[in-house]
Design a protein around this ligand. Structure first.
Ligand code: SF4
Ligand code: SF4
Length: 315
């Protein structure tokens, strides 16, 4: 495993970051021991960086995985809090449930633009004060927009940016993959630590997973790539790609057999754009939300780019 400096934070992270969303209740809903075991396998393979969020509800898995683990691990989490009191609660929940005095990276969750960032100023100020007190090491934002990356790049006190980036540009709400890469380069140029998310576009690029992962890993501006993993086979596959190794054909075959489905996130707004995009009639609106007919869904991924809210994931 290769390791890179995360901007000017002083933190050194593995190129592969364990994205913890997928093991938890919002996706695979694995048992505590199964989820912790998958994280542990990633740590044994050289991963030293785990990304989560308060809303993912996966702190218990991470804490269990780190039980008895004696090498340093960088933890990144995020909160939607926009007030000082809300962020104080989020930080305390993270410290208590992760069993840590210090959280290495704390992010404002999903900042869309300079306006969203301004609306979260109180929460950001709280995190900056917490950094000064030594309770967090680095402060930043996660974002699905080019505008979010550019806004954070202009804020001198922000250390880390966690942008959505993949070769197909799926999920980038205000531009293409090239637009996002240009914003990432700008942010990296002013010293921000960058770690990317959604390299596999929420599972839609799984058929091209190797190419898609290598595409993001090849960007020198991106210190690490957070990838959601929900099986040991997926961990082994991602470790091979991040380590520049070829993938064992037997492992490839095992992954191809893994059953997958299209998942609609809770925050679906019921706009219906994905319904129109699906060429196979597999989506409909039920109770104001998109619903999938698994008998018709071919997991082709066409619907993903129709959703500006990144609600559709292959899990
Ligand atoms: S993945 Fe393809 S078949 Fe399934 S709902 Fe989306 S567009 Fe339709
Ligand atoms: S496009 Fe997204 S927000 Fe709109 S109905 Fe489909 S999943 Fe929901």
């Amino acid at each position: 495993m290769e390791y890179r400096a995360l901007g000017r934070t002083g933190l050194v992270v593995s190129r592969l970051c364990f994205g913890a969303l997928t093991i938890g209740p919002l996706h695979a809903n694995l048992s505590l021991s199964a989820g912790a075991g998958i994280i542990r396998r990633a740590l044994e393979g050289g991963v030293n960086f785990i990304d989560t969020a308060e809303s993912y509800d996966t702190y218990a898995y991470i804490r269990a995985a780190l039980e008895g683990w004696d090498r340093p691990v960088v933890l990144a989490t995020k909160s939607y809090a926009y007030t000082a009191a809300g962020m104080a609660r989020s930080l305390e929940v993270a410290r208590r449930e992760l069993g840590r005095d210090v959280i290495e990276v704390f992010l404002l969750h999903e900042m869309e633009s300079e306006h969203t960032l301004r609306g979260h100023r109180e929460a950001l100020e709280y995190l900056l004060a917490a950094r000064a007190r030594g309770l967090v090491r680095a402060v930043g934002i996660s974002t699905h927009t080019v505008a979010g990356v550019r806004a954070a790049a202009r804020e001198p006190e922000i250390d880390v940016i966690h942008p959505l980036f993949n070769c197909a540009g799926v999920g980038i709400r205000d531009g293409t993959a090239d637009d996002m890469l240009s914003a990432i380069r700008e942010a990296h140029g002013v010293g921000k630590g960058i770690y990317a998310m959604k390299a596999l576009a929420g599972g839609h690029l799984i058929p091209r997973a190797e190419e898609a992962l290598r595409y993001v890993l090849a960007r020198p501006e991106i210190a690490s790539v957070a990838v959601g993993m929900q099986s040991v086979a997926e961990v082994e596959f991602n470790l091979a790609i991040a380590g520049g190794r070829s993938v064992d054909p037997e492992l490839r075959a095992r992954l191809a057999e893994q059953r997958r489905r299209l998942h609609v996130e809770d925050w679906c707004q019921g706009c219906g754009q994905c319904v129109e995009r699906c060429p196979h009639g597999a989506l409909s609106l039920v109770g104001g939300r998109a619903a999938v007919d698994p008998g018709r869904c071919l997991l082709c991924g066409y619907c993903a780019s129709a959703c500006g809210h990144f609600c559709l994931k292959v899990v």
